[in-house]
Design a protein around this ligand. Structure first.
Ligand code: CP
Length: 316
């Protein structure tokens, strides 16, 4: 594996999930694989899970880790080609990427979308700058359009808990107080379809995802109909793709409840975290046996360790 930025880099998703389940059982088996190698984790945005799980995964493989909060601890980076750098940004990605590539063997980058310029976000201008100027394998820690390590962890979680070969998986929009990216739902949809699940996406009108991510899934605007016989409900808020970054008004109550869960096939409820309690999901679900959110977070280590292992094996 040369890079990990989307499901397209995963190869056969079922085989990758099987490999992850083996990593989970034999977690310490490759404790020296990354000996003498260094992982850089570069964050342009906040993180709890991605930072800690990827760091722990690297330690499990014997790697050294350097974490840099590029948004706070370092020079502000200019990404524009030909920029006249006479303002606040002191370092160009061309120099920064060259420097990091000398110090590190694998580079992870988190770069959220700005939610202002859809072309800029969906062309992945920041991630692609790192890909262009870093000469080491690159892992996305969440970018403008995708969060592949999260989605991989989610697929591992479903594989471990499913009771039928092709479960019905419902990606359900939830309310929120601020506009959030589409990266997690985009990514979850494409991974869930690739894993062979029956995927239904339910959201209010105006919150359609870009079709390149929702293809293969059924769109159902009626939440109750979507929930019928679901085996998993993946709850997530996202802002509008069409009216980019906006939050069109929603009149109905889209908050999932225990009452609504009765429509499902005793569905397990998933969320990538962080979750705003009683805004996106109620206490009654998060504190119940229906919730898989801690299981998913635990599998973030397994997802990262599997990807780091594959990259180390390809580049040894
Ligand atoms: N789910 C997830 O990526 O969490 P963090 O933003 O805390 O890394």
């Amino acid at each position: 594996m040369k890079q990990f930025t989307s499901v397209a880099d995963a190869g056969n998703v079922s085989e990758l999930i099987s490999e992850a389940l083996t990593v989970k059982i034999n977690g310490q088996e490759n404790a020296d694989l990354g000996k003498g190698k260094t992982l850089a984790l570069l964050f342009l945005n906040p993180s709890l899970r991605t930072r800690m799980s990827t760091q722990k995964a690297a330690y499990n493989l014997g790697m050294n880790v350097i974490v840099v909060n590029l948004d706070k601890d370092s020079w502000q980076i200019e990404f524009e080609e030909g920029a006249v750098m006479n303002s606040t940004k002191s370092e160009h990605i061309k120099e920064a990427a060259g420097v990091v590539s000398q110090y590190c063997d694998i580079i992870g980058v988190r770069c959220f979308p700005g939610l202002v310029d859809r072309n800029k976000d969906y062309n992945e201008e920041i991630l692609n700058s790192f890909l262009k100027y870093c000469n080491k394998p690159l892992i996305s820690l969440e970018s403008g359009t995708r969060h592949p390590l999260q989605s991989f962890a989610d697929m591992i979680t479903i594989a471990e808990t499913k009771k039928k070969e092709e479960p019905k998986v419902v990606l359900a929009w939830a309310p929120h107080v601020k506009a959030l990216p589409q990266a997690v739902p985009n990514s979850f949809a494409e991974w869930a379809v690739a894993s062979g699940a029956e995927v239904v996406i339910t959201h209010p009108e105006g919150y359609e995802l870009d079709e390149q991510f929702s293809k293969g899934a059924t769109i159902e605007y009626n939440q109750n109909k979507a929930l019928a016989d679901a085996d998993y409900v993946y709850v997530k808020n996202w802002s509008s793709f069409t009216n980019y970054g906006e939050m069109p008004e929603v009149k109905e109550n889209w908050l999932l409840t225990m009452e609504k869960l009765k429509l499902t096939n005793a569905a397990k409820v998933m969320h990538c975290l962080p979750v705003r309690r009683n805004v996106e999901l109620p206490d009654e679900i998060l504190d119940s046996a229906s919730s898989l959110v801690q299981h998913q977070a635990g599998n973030r280590v397994i997802a990262a360790q599997t990807i780091l292992k594959k990259i180390l094996e390809s580049n040894s």
